[in-house]
Design a protein around this ligand. Structure first.
Ligand code: ZN
Length: 573
């Protein structure tokens, strides 16, 4: 943490701002797609300021400036040219399943990081640091909150921590019962996420509120229902009976974190708690989830996301903002240019849809309202000519919008020289292990659409399990293909469980999740990757490379040309 001698003001953290600006300004925002700008905003925001933010609350003005820099960059504004921000920063900063882009606002992230310090302070009974700070600020019992009254002697660190304790930890903690010496039976959250007093039937006797859990417990008898019974509803009585106090093994009452299933504190769950809405919104989670699961390049998914928020700058919208004179469609001149007109009903698009929409979907296709239309098409499980319908649909609407913008702004001529549609490259990867776990290797090969060798690798890992070896193969294979700037990739893997991890994700607690997450990092980049399962026999070349790796030194070995491995035909037959 920065050593602070003087009082903080906005200059103290000027350096953080300067670094964030410099990192983002290094990129010409206009040459990056919105998808590229989103990735960059997230990575810069999450890397540079976190260090300063995790020890102290930055001044409001610094936080606002941080958010302002990111916001402008995301929407493509530069010093020379202001771009319209199509959605408020608050909405952009929501989690993806709540309709945002999952960017974290600096203000809320700062608080979440500082809360972590407060949580450690409460939990950590042994470190010198925690003991010193607790003593200095007289932070003892969570129930006695006199230490929350601000004093002029407070350091910047403690001011932030005290705020975190008050605003986040207090509402975000609950107790795990041990010996009942600390839990206030009626006032604390311990049996459920709410204090029992909120469920009490009838008025509690005056002094009852301060009773501790141990006061309600009769050793050898259980809970004292003569004192509890009259005030507790049946269901809670039953729940109470399932809990016991434990004086025997010396367990003490502990606080645990409500925001996660296992009671462990995490910055991301604190962030969720801080940004939670007081009033629950209409639940659109499955709608937004679908958008981010459509198999298409990130920029296409971002376009679907903008469409779902109905913020495309159609002529109707541009006229409203006095950016043009007419709300009539530039292409057909036959109607108001609304979003649905541009993407579906304009004769130029309708003609295309007529040809590609599967017959059984055609009837409802042209009748539904915008959001229903989007949802129906991105969640349809229809496959048309080997390609999921949602992919075709997403690319078609995105392409339709590009084409429309080209017409409106007169840029379509420029597209003529473009290279023909890119082909699908194929990546085969495989892992091999001698025992499970045992000495392990992986290999992979990248070939073009005609099966010609582009690149291959062999990896000598050391010792690990078979699925882990397979995943390392996938990871390095994806990295190799990404470095080669392959636009579309079919990834063939022969271990079904690994295909499952890549397609459906993995529990965070799973021991392989760290590597699956890294692989997902590649899958979510701005390219098209199809993951498929093949039988081991079809993966011979990758298998050959993996076996070859046993004879190589530890580490990664790249082959730009076909390596002379005996018995393997470069075409993989
Ligand atoms: Zn039209």
């Amino acid at each position: 943490m920065p050593v602070l001698q003087k009082r903080m003001n906005k200059d103290t953290f000027g350096e953080v701002l300067a670094r964030v600006s410099a990192r983002l300004a290094g990129w010409k925002s206009c040459v990056l797609s919105m998808a590229g700008r989103l990735t960059l905003t997230k990575s810069v925001l999450s890397s540079i300021p976190v260090h300063s933010m995790s020890s102290v609350m930055l001044p409001q003005s610094t936080l606002s400036s941080l958010d302002k820099i990111s916001r402008s960059f995301l929407w493509g504004s530069s010093v020379e040219k202001k771009k319209q921000h199509l959605l408020s920063w608050k909405r952009v900063c929501r989690p993806k399943r709540e309709g945002g882009l999952g960017i974290r606002s600096s203000k809320d992230m700062n608080l979440a990081l500082v809360v972590k310090v407060g949580w450690r302070l409460l939990q950590d009974e042994h470190s010198l640091w925690a003991r010193v700070v607790r003593k200095k600020y007289k932070l003892g019992d969570l129930h006695d909150r006199t230490w929350l009254i601000p004093k002029s002697t407070w350091s910047a660190l403690w001011r932030g921590v005290a705020r975190g304790l008050k605003e986040v930890i207090w509402p975000g903690h609950r107790w795990v019962v041990g010996d009942g010496e600390q839990i206030q039976f009626w006032l604390d959250s311990w049996l459920s996420d709410r204090p029992l007093i909120h469920s009490a039937t009838g008025e509690l006797p005056g002094n009852a509120q301060l009773l501790l859990a141990k006061d309600m417990w009769r050793e050898g008898m259980g809970w004292d229902f003569t004192r509890i019974g009259p005030f507790l509803p049946e269901n809670l009585k039953l729940e109470l009976m399932a809990v016991v106090l434990d004086h025997v093994i010396g367990a003490t009452d502990r606080i645990s974190w409500k925001g996660s299933a296992d009671g462990e504190f995490s910055v991301s769950s604190a962030y969720r708690l801080i940004t939670r809405d007081a009033q629950p919104r209409q639940d659109m989670a499955s709608f937004f989830d679908r958008i981010w699961h459509v198999v298409a390049p990130e920029r296409v998914r971002l376009f679907l996301w903008l469409t779902s928020h109905q913020v495309l700058m159609t002529n109707v919208e541009r006229k409203r903002c006095h950016l043009c004179d007419s709300e009539i469609c530039t292409v057909c001149k036959g109607g108001f240019e609304t979003i649905l007109h541009t993407l579906r009903d304009c004769p130029a698009m309708a003609g295309i849809w007529e040809r590609i929409v599967p017959r059984h979907m055609r009837q409802s296709f042209f009748q539904s309202s915008l959001l229903v239309w989007l949802y129906d098409n991105i969640q349809a499980s229809v496959i048309v000519g080997d390609i999921p319908w949602f992919t075709t649909f997403a690319i078609a609407v995105w392409w339709g919008w590009k084409w429309r913008c080209g017409n409106v702004f007169g840029e379509n001529q420029k597209c003529r020289d473009r290279a023909p549609a890119a082909e699908w490259f194929k990546l085969n990867t495989d892992g091999a292990s001698q025992g499970n776990p045992g000495l392990a290797t992986a290999g992979g090969v990248l070939r073009d659409g005609d099966g010609r060798w582009c690149s291959g690798f062999a990896l000598n890992i050391g010792r690990c399990s078979a699925p882990l070896a397979e995943l390392w193969g996938v990871y390095y294979g994806l990295m190799m293909a990404w470095e080669k700037q392959i636009p579309r990739l079919v990834l063939e893997v022969d271990l079904e469980v690994v295909v499952g991890f890549l397609m459906k994700g993995i529990q965070n607690s799973h021991p392989l999740s760290f590597l699956v997450r890294l692989c997902h990092g590649f899958l979510s980049k701005d390219w098209l990757v199809r993951v498929t399962h093949v039988f081991h026999e079809a993966n011979r070349l990758a298998d050959g490379l993996a076996n070859h790796a046993f004879s190589l030194p530890l580490g990664f070995h790249l082959f730009d040309f076909v390596p002379p491995i005996i018995g393997v035909d470069p075409m993989g037959r």
